[in-house]
Design a binder for this molecule. Structure first.
Ligand code: CAA
Length: 248
């Protein structure tokens, strides 16, 4: 099935980029979804991937925190490329703060971008997947959705919700050939993690049994495993990739 269409939200991000290039190398037609305001940056990213690796990745734009924006994006994707068989919900943000200092906007932005987005995007593609009797959905959560993290009540709540969504949808679509799984990365070497204050980041890394951050390609590797045809019996699962930071 080398002509499968794969959509990756947050496609040009730290983890998203590795998922897109991994998929493209497997022969999938890949569409990276990014925010409309990041158009210039995303086009430059697209060109860079082409020049560096001779890989073609299509780009489309939507605000994943907005249902109508996702609906319009899905229409454009459908008319240009046809039905999507692989969806990776990788878009996400942090707005870290202790709860005593947290503004309502910090709560709302994180919930909308990290949790509402999963509904807003998946809702657009689920019907054709079910109708076609085939689909692979992978939602990117976080180790912190399971173990909690000082300064992230918003993010941990949203990321815990992602896996609840996964398990419910997995039950709804299991008999229709559509698998739904969660991948929960630990601390990955991406711009999101690199913006943590240096001393705090060091103390976090010290707690990781592997004593290093994950490489984004280590996350992409597991996502690719889950979307493989041969992974048909894995659904409703959460795969941890956290260097041993949280074992449960
Ligand atoms: N446990 C207990 N106490 C802690 C603590 C912890 N983990 N971290 C800090 N504290 C204490 C501090 O010692 C300090 O105590 P005092 O007031 O007695 O001095 C107090 O809490 C305030 O700490 P900060 O100085 O850190 O507070 P701040 O307001 O300046 O910063 C913060 C708050 C922005 C949340 C900061 O602590 C921080 O960045 N923490 C890391 C959060 C984090 O891990 N984010 C992950 C982002 S990447 C990601 O999310 C990807 C993924 O999926 C993993």
């Amino acid at each position: 099935m080398d002509s499968q269409l794969a959509l990756v939200t947050g496609g040009s991000g730290g983890i998203g980029t590795q998922i897109c290039t991994n998929f493209a190398r497997r022969g999938f037609q890949v569409v990276a979804i990014e925010l409309p305001e990041l158009e210039q940056q995303t086009l430059a990213w697209q060109l860079n991937i082409k020049q560096l690796y001779n890989i073609d990745i299509a780009v489309e734009f939507a605000d994943v925190s907005n249902f109508e924006s996702c609906q319009a994006m899905a229409e454009r994707v459908r008319s240009q490329f046809g039905d999507t068989s692989i969806l990776v919900n990788a878009a996400g943000i942090t707005r870290d703060s202790t709860l005593v200092k947290m503004e309502a906007t910090q709560w709302d932005e994180v919930m909308r971008s990290n949790l509402d987005s999963i509904f807003n995007v998946t809702r657009q593609f689920i019907e054709p997947m079910v109708a076609n009797g085939y689909g692979r959905i992978v939602n990117i959560s976080s180790v912190n959705g399971g173990r909690g993290q000082f300064g992230q009540t918003n993010y941990c709540a949203a990321k815990a919700g992602v896996h609840g969504f996964t398990k419910a949808l997995a039950q709804e679509t299991a008999a229709k050939g559509v698998t739904v799984n969660t991948v929960s990365p630990g601390y990955v070497a991406t711009p999101m993690v690199e913006k943590i204050r240096e001393d705090i980041l060091q103390s976090l890394v010290d707690k990781i049994p592997l004593k290093r951050l994950a490489k984004p390609e280590e996350i992409a590797h597991v996502v690719a495993f889950l979307v493989d045809d041969a992974s048909a019996y894995i659904t409703g699962a959460n795969i941890d990739i956290n260097g041993g930071l949280w074992m449960h």
